[in-house]
Design a protein around this ligand. Sequence first.
Ligand code: UDP
Length: 326
Amino acid sequence: MIEILVTGGAGYIGSHMISSLVDAGYKVVTLDNLYSGFRDAVIAGEFVEGDLSDRHLLEQLFSEHSFAGVMHFAAHIEVGESVRNPAKYYRNNFTNAQNLLDTMVEHGVNRFIFSSTAAIFGEPSYIPIDELHQKRPINPYGRSKRMVEQLLADYDRAYGLKSIALRYFNAAGADPLARLGERHDPETHLIPLVLQAASGRREHISIFGSDYDTADGTCIRDYIHVVDLCQVHLLALQALLEGKGSNRYNLGNGQGYSVREVIDTAEKVTQRKIPVIQSERREGDPARLVADSRRVRLELGWKPRYGDLETIIAHAWKWEQKMPSK
Ligand code: UDP
């Protein structure tokens, strides 16, 4: 059986990935420090609690297993926090990633799938954003991820480490069977917050800015179902296992929805009125972020299965309804 190490497997995307990998017949080991993940989100495979700063643990893990590849999800993800506390972001997102990659090189493990982000592009100069778009991240979060991408290019040239970086736009939705879902604490993402307002776990949803240069004045984002995202990881892993070279892909549905459209769709799906408050713009939010995902479709043969916003929200709603009420 092909064995894969998943870092951050107790988190939102990582936990869905483990389930997809196991369904696809892989053997999986999760490494997670449970800083923001949940032990009970790891529903299959072996679980190791530990931190990527622990070189000794990494050494041990790679000596005991023969990993065919690594999927690296473990990272901090809050843009605002990264501005206030950049040390935390560079240490975990960059230095710890380098620890992992150095251990891989030492042990001859040379396939790496990296959770990157649309934040590496910064303020878009055109939409949709393709892989060639200039990369000028505007916060430490985006910079820490960009730096790993740069390191990966150097490690390929020098050590032959093959990687595929997947730049997520807005990951959303949940396991269609609602065994898993989004559980950030604190939650900052739009769709779970909107659904918490629908279920009554939150009093209202604040719209951050209604004066953007868009049709309804609210920001436009490209929401991609977490299960579709995992499907791309499987295809990327397969490509590396077949001996294909390093690559980078932008991952979205290629269609943007405004904050207002998300709320309206959530009202339709939940059949509930969602209380809304108009707030100030959130700092660093571009008006539009939409991916050009043609390359991943063409080169990896990916097709989104749950492309429409209604399905994404319906799955997230099933999960939200399983959450204990306050
Ligand atoms: N947003 C909002 N209210 C909230 C949270 C988010 O209006 O309580 C907006 C945010 O300004 C952005 C969009 O929803 O335009 C998506 O934000 P999210 O934090 O989910 O993802 P991001 O685009 O920042 O990665």
